[in-house]
Write a protein that binds this ligand. Structure first.
Ligand code: ARG
Length: 467
């Protein structure tokens, strides 16, 4: 590259030597930060207005800057923006094009501004918009789960701990457990917003704005909730990106666990669910196969999201204060995280909306030994301490096992050998529906309590939609 070319760079003034072409390619971020083109233009339009209010440019110059910036924005929107070899990033590309369109006036735009406060502003504006989109995808996913749960309260299936059959529960109860995790994610992403919505613009390169520009005006103009009160923090802080990626990691953990449940339940061995064709794929070799690829990808993609978060944490750790070029490494992991989590939320919504349930298969998986706890509870209600009733019920389970019968097949006479408190009404214990209905405290699996969970989530969703 020639000397002349080095001089053409926006920062070329002090340089006499040319940049190694490899270094140019290594240094550039335009190939990915161009997705912030509209935020960059928006920030510059607000900055032009602040320059006028601060007496740095005339009204006419402001209007010409704004018109020029809008024209550059149009070119991006129409896919007509022509990237030049020396365009290093979205900020230099937009400024270069602006000056081509409106002449030397373009060179006034950057007065008192640095790419350091500019990039931090663009990133925050960009992420705030994405957070809104992600929030509504999350709201839609939770709604789909809640509405399904409301309709499918009749279906009972084994509830598992340690993946061993434990107690009968309602299918809706299980679905809602995932909705509650996601509901926490909804609460958390909403809480991130005020910490993202902090204006860095006007921090300059690091020490503050030398032209006394009105940062309160800038914040208002760009819709920021508050202003970075310390300019060194303004240009150097990327915690909002880490926080978002932590949020995404936890949300992906929830999608992954939900997927794992569904993957298990769609196997022939369980057969509780059938994934719709729309979210399954076949095998290139085994014609009979229908694979739960959508769910496996939801589970698998959590790994890259965690990786994005931990990778960028490592980048941040040990950086000296304020801006260092290392910070350019914030973009790819953030963009990938936003894209991944957005896609996953939409796919999860589609999977849940189209899933087919098989209540008979669920019911068939219920076995009478799963009511051993209810048998112990029966004796508790007759006044025996639970520790003893647990033991008695355990002996009934052992007896059934030994005889190769169901626990409900043991005669009253035989039960009475284990405890004299067993009476005729013990037969009512051996009913899955009544077992489930006994869990009628808040949070339980009874119909009413599952209905309450539906109500709680519906209320939360209605509030979240307004926020
Ligand atoms: N492309 C850069 C980034 O993404 C913009 C800021 C550059 N600032 C600088 N002093 N070189 O971080």
């Amino acid at each position: 590259m020639s000397n002349a070319s080095a001089k053409q760079k926006l920062w070329g003034g002090r340089f006499t030597g040319a940049t190694d072409p490899l270094m140019n390619a290594f240094n550039e971020s335009l190939s990915y930060d161009k997705r912030m083109h509209s935020q960059d233009i928006k920030g510059s339009i607000a900055y032009s207005k602040a320059l006028f209010l601060g007496g740095i440019i005339t009204e006419e110059e402001r209007d010409n800057l704004i018109r020029g910036l809008e024209a550059v924005g149009e070119e991006w929107a129409k896919g007509q923006f022509k990237i030049q070899p020396d365009d290093e990033d979205i900020h230099t590309a937009n400024e270069r094009r602006l000056s081509e369109l409106i002449g030397p006036l373009g060179g006034k735009l950057h007065t008192g501004r640095s790419r350091n406060d500019q990039v931090a502003t663009d990133m925050r504006l960009w992420l705030l918009e994405e957070v809104e989109t992600i929030r509504s995808a999350l709201i839609d996913l939770i709604s789909v789960i809640v509405e399904r749960a409301d309709k499918e309260k009749d279906a009972l299936l084994p509830g598992y701990t340690h993946l061993q059959r434990a107690l009968p529960i309602r299918w809706s109860h299980l679905l809602l457990s995932h909705a509650f995790s996601l509901n926490n994610d909804l609460e958390r992403i909403t809480q991130l917003k005020p910490r993202i919505s902090v204006l860095p613009l006007g921090s300059g390169a690091l020490a503050g704005n030398a032209f006394s520009l009105d940062r309160e005006f800038l914040a208002k103009e760009l819709g920021f909730a508050s202003i970075a009160e310390n300019s060194l923090f303004g240009v150097g802080d990327r915690d909002f990106i880490i926080e978002f990626m932590m949020w995404a990691s936890l949300t992906m953990t929830h999608l992954s666990r939900l997927s794992e449940d569904l993957i298990i339940y769609t196997t022939a061995e369980f057969g509780f669910l059938t994934l719709s064709d729309a979210y399954s794929t076949g095998s290139s070799m085994m014609p009979q196969k229908k694979n739960a690829d959508s769910l496996e990808l939801l589970r698998g993609k959590s790994g890259r999201v965690f990786g994005n978060m931990s990778g960028f944490l490592v980048t941040l750790k040990g950086l000296p204060s304020t801006y260092n070029k290392d910070l350019q490494e914030d973009k790819e992991p953030l963009f990938d995280t936003v894209d991944t989590v957005s896609a996953c939320l939409r796919i999860a919504e589609g999977v849940i909306a189209t899933l087919e349930i098989h209540p008979d298969r669920m019911k068939k998986a219920l076995t009478m030994d799963m009511l051993a706890t209810d048998l112990a509870d029966y004796l508790v209600r007759k006044g025996i301490p639970f520790r003893e009733t647990h033991h008695i019920s355990g002996r009934a389970v052992a007896l059934a096992e030994q005889r190769g019968v169901q626990i409900s097949d043991i005669s009253l006479g035989d039960l009475q050998i284990l405890s004299s408190k067993f009476e005729e009404d013990v037969k009512h214990v051996f009913d899955f529906e009544s077992s489930v209905e006994k869990r009628a405290s808040i949070g339980g699996t009874s119909r009413a309590m599952v209905g309450r969970q539906v109500d709680v989530l519906r209320n939360n969703l209605a509030l979240a939609r307004q926020a």
